[in-house]
Design a protein around this ligand. Structure first.
Ligand code: 3HC
Length: 708
């Protein structure tokens, strides 16, 4: 028996009960040792005196799935499918006792047991789809036999965790135990099995629900259409569904074979590699040096300066986390406006059924207050300044905050671009200052860039990460530079998109290419959503400060000057008729662009979809590499997570730097060198990229060495 699985026999009045316990911290993943241990324990039970067995996990959870770290390496026998078959084939019953989570291969193991009991807080699910996979150890064949095709398809294609009480209703488990100890729950159920002489009940033999759907093409087509719509280019939901349909269309053994073929197809796909990178990156991104050296300060009470779009969104995200917030505005009128903004978001939550009126009132009246007196921030543990994006305004506010904030309070500026060192320098406590870059709408968007300035105390940086966790956001550590990680990269690829348009490509073709790459919208659609007047104002300011390099936004300036501000004015790059949020291309826009080109003496050359994306991605990757090289991002994975959570980069492509690794850094560098011939200023290759190619390494090598 491996150390990861133990076997003992408990003698009970009802008879001998075997207890098979899995002990593979932290999540009892079905590693080789666990599979071997389970195979041995199954044989021991088959040959032993016990009449029933309880399968249970030690520590915080039942099996949370196959061991993801083993993927991509040669599989060591026994495979999970073999272990599962051996359990199901036993002719004495096995009761699975679930606590924590039974996920993926964990639930598949549970489905091979003859009965399942769970403690109330347990959750079950088949989340393989989120890793670019499908349940590959019989889950797509056994779950439909318990729930029917439609429910199984919904659970497997979404990957959602099903709470125990719902799992009971759906027929996935047989009982929910009131206690919280899975072993007690398992033993209680096992005694029932003995006393009631309950038979071995094999999931694979329960045919009724799958036969009910056999040949129902209309149902399959409807399911296929729904999954395709939601998948947005991702392969795994579609193959998950095909495997579920196979459970209805084929006998069990053939269905299992089909499941295996589809599983192997996904295992070999780049989407699987990308999504597993994201799984680990999600967990690594919060591991920053300041969390090792620093201790988070309390976060019981907050103050937010400014009640505009950002200030009210930030306030609401803290109210959602149960934090009392005082919002501060410069006068009574602005304070009333700030309150209105917050209440509008809360009312919208009630309208959408996210919470009820009583909860809304509690947040609006008990946790939230507004003041026009800045000294009202005196009792806040954290003060977040979310005023106008202007250095002088922010400096002035930080001087005032410094006068009123209590000792030890964390002082944060919500800024998208500005230098936190400069802001901190006007206070007598730069060690307490950091940047927190929220994304709009701040109560929805999950990304939070935590900007650690030169003198930020590790405790303060650690508090930034504690806040992100409290707000259920993904905190990414960033250093000080213009635009931090995300906006700095955004500026580069938007510039590249503008160059392509000015040089002859239609903005609609750019959007189409970016959309079919997997983004929810293209850069020009995004411009219309954000408002073309905003970019116009920013460019104007930057030009006054001294613009460097090529200016390719004249056509955008012209659209803004014509009052084409995007969705809000019904016209931008697109026309939005009758309040529609889906725009139609407008020949007038192409005319304006063409006019600008001829004024500038440009002979238009239109690029095809593939070239558009090569340029768009190379701009993103080159800047991402520079940001890592300069230490603005700790690791390449921090760049990936930023672009995934803040900028709509398709998750199944893993983030720009993982994408670069997968197409090959030498290819990316060759592209950049080719583009450099025409535009050496824009396309100077990042030194890090050149070095990695020379060393035959990639971004993931840097992730791995940083995380060691
Ligand atoms: N394999 C290997 N490591 C795993 C793992 C797995 N299946 N699941 C979690 N871990 C690791 C994490 O990487 C993390 O490691 P770290 O401490 O070094 O960063 C550690 O376990 C703890 O994980 P979390 O930080 O995520 O802990 P939480 O308590 O927040 O969440 C969880 C626990 C809900 C179980 C979550 O970890 C999770 O969702 N895990 C993945 C579940 C999953 O996708 N299972 C399917 C796997 S594929 C499969 O089973 C194929 C089969 O069909 C053949």
């Amino acid at each position: 028996m491996s150390e990861a699985v133990s076997y003992e026999v408990v003698s009970d009045e009802a008879g001998d009960i075997a207890v098979i316990s899995i002990d593979n911290p932290p999540v009892n993943a079905a590693s080789h040792a666990v599979r071997q241990g389970l195979a041995d324990a199954t044989s021991k039970f088959a040959e032993g005196s016990a009449n029933v067995a309880v399968l249970v996990g030690k520590g915080r959870t039942f099996i949370a799935g196959a061991d993801i770290r083993e993927f991509g390496k040669p599989m060591q026998a026994p495979g999970l499918g073999d272990v599962i078959d051996a359990i199901e084939n036993l002719d004495k019953p096995v009761v699975c006792a679930i606590h924590g989570t039974a996920l993926g291969g964990g639930l598949e193991t549970a489905l091979s047991c003859h009965y399942r009991v769970a403690v109330k807080s347990a959750r079950v699910g088949l989340p393989e789809v989120l890793l670019g996979l499908l349940p590959g150890a019989g889950g797509t064949q056994r779950l439909p036999r318990l729930t029917g095709i439609e429910t199984a398809a919904e659970i497997i294609t979404s990957g959602r965790h099903v709470p125990a009480p719902e799992a009971l209703k759906l027929g996935i488990i047989d009982a929910v135990d009131d206690g919280d100890d899975p072993l007690t729950a398992g033993l209680t159920f096992a005694r029932r099995v003995l006393s009631e002489n309950m038979p071995v009940r094999r999931t694979r033999e329960l045919e009724e629900k799958v036969l009910a759907a056999r040949g129902n093409q209309a149902l399959f087509d409807e399911l296929r259409a729904g999954v395709k719509r939601k998948a947005k280019g991702q392969l795994s939901p579609q193959l998950c569904l095909e495997a579920v349909i196979a459970s209805a269309e084929l006998p069990f053994a053939e269905g299992l074979k089909r499941e295996r073929e589809l599983f192997m197809e996904l295992m070999a796909s780049p989407q699987r590699e990308a999504l597993i990178h994201v799984f680990f990156a999600d967990r690594q991104v919060g591991k920053v040096p300041e969390l090792e050296t620093g201790t988070p300060r309390p976060l019981d009470r907050a103050a937010v300066i400014g009640g505009g779009t950002m200030g009210s969104g930030i306030t609401v995200s803290m109210l959602f986390a149960g934090m009392p917030v005082t919002m501060i505005e410069r006068d009574e009128e602005s304070a009333a406006c700030g309150r209105q903004n917050v209440e509008r978001i809360l009312d919208d939550g009630v309208r959408r059924g996210k919470f009820d009126q009583a909860h809304r009132d509690r947040l609006a009246n008990d946790l939230y207050s507004v003041s026009s007196d800045i000294s009202a921030l005196a009792d806040a543990d954290i003060v977040i300044e979310a005023a106008f994006e202007n250095m002088e305004v922010k400096k002035d506010l930080f001087q005032q905050i410094d006068q009123h904030a209590k000792n030890g309070a964390v002082l944060a500026s919500n800024t998208s671009y500005l230098n936190i060192n400069e802001i901190a320098s006007v206070t007598g406590r730069p060690q307490d200052v950091l940047g927190l870059h929220f994304f709009s709408p701040a109560h929805v968007m999950r990304l939070l860039e935590i900007v650690v300035a030169d003198r930020t105390d590790p405790d303060v940086a650690a508090t930034g990460f504690a806040l992100a966790k409290k707000l259920k956001k993904v905190g990414v550590r960033a250093g000080v530079c213009d635009g931090f990680i995300g906006n700095r990269i955004l500026e580069r690829y938007l510039s590249q998109a503008a160059y392509m348009v000015e040089d002859g490509t239609s903005p609609y073709d750019i959007d189409k290419a970016v959309l079919s790459f997997g983004y929810p919208m293209g850069p020009n659609q995004m411009g219309d959503l954000a408002g073309l007047d905003i970019g116009y104002a920013n460019r104007k300011r930057k030009r006054e400060e001294g613009w460097e390099g090529r200016y390719a936004a004249d056509y955008m300036d012209r659209l803004a000057e014509l009052g084409r501000h995007g969705q809000k004015t019904g016209r931008g790059f697109y026309i939005y008729e009758d309040g529609s949020r889906v725009g139609k291309p407008d020949p007038e826009v192409l005319e304006i662009i063409s006019q600008v080109r001829s004024e500038k003496g440009i002979t238009p050359v239109a690029l095809d979809e593939e070239t558009i994306m090569r340029r768009y991605m190379a701009a993103m990757i080159n800047e991402g590499a520079r940001i890592v090289e300069e230490g603005i991002a700790l690791r390449p994975l921090d760049v990936d997570i930023t672009m995934l959570y803040g900028y709509g980069f398709p998750r199944w492509r893993g983030g720009p730097l993982k994408y670069a690794d997968m197409i090959g850094l030498d290819k990316v560098l060759a592209d950049i060198r080719e583009f450099e011939k025409d535009d050496p200023v824009f396309w100077k290759p990042a030194q890090l990229l050149v070095d990695l190619v020379e060393r035959g390494e990639n971004f993931d090598s840097l992730n791995k060495s940083a995380n060691r």
